[in-house]
Design a protein around this ligand. Sequence first.
Ligand SMILES: [Zn+2]
Ligand SMILES: [Zn+2]
Length: 132
Amino acid sequence: MIHGSCLCGQVKYRIDGQLSDARFCHCSMCRKAHGSAFRARATVKSADFAFVAGEQLVTFYESSPGNHRGFCSVCGSPIVSKFEAHPDYYGLPLGALDDDPGIRPTSHVHVASKASWFTITDDLKQLPEGPE
Ligand SMILES: [Zn+2]
Ligand SMILES: [Zn+2]
C-alpha cells in the first residue's frame, strides 16, 4: 500500500497497486501548477486509488480540455489529475506521497518548454514534447 497526503494533512489517499510511467514534465502548465521547475508524476489506475480523508476538500481545475487537476482547497497541494478521455487512470504528483512508490522517473518530457533557469543534469531521456 502506498499512502499520500497534502501539506495541511486534511486530504489523505492510499494506492493499492503499482504505479507506472513515472516522469518529469517541464510543460508551462505543470510548472505553474507546482510552482517549480517541473512536475514529478506517475500514472495510477483509478481502481487502485482511494481517498482516506478529505475528498470533499479536493477542487478540480480544468487546465486544458478534459484534463482536470485536483488540489487541496485548503493548502493548495496537487493531489490527483483526472482525464475525461481516460477515466481508467489518473495522473499522480509524486511529491505528495508519504511512502516510496517503488518506481523512479525515467524521462523528462516537454523539455522544449523547460524553464530557462533550470538545467537538467541527469542522464534520463529528454523528449521535446509529450511522451510518445
Ligand atoms: Zn491540504
Ligand atoms: Zn506538464
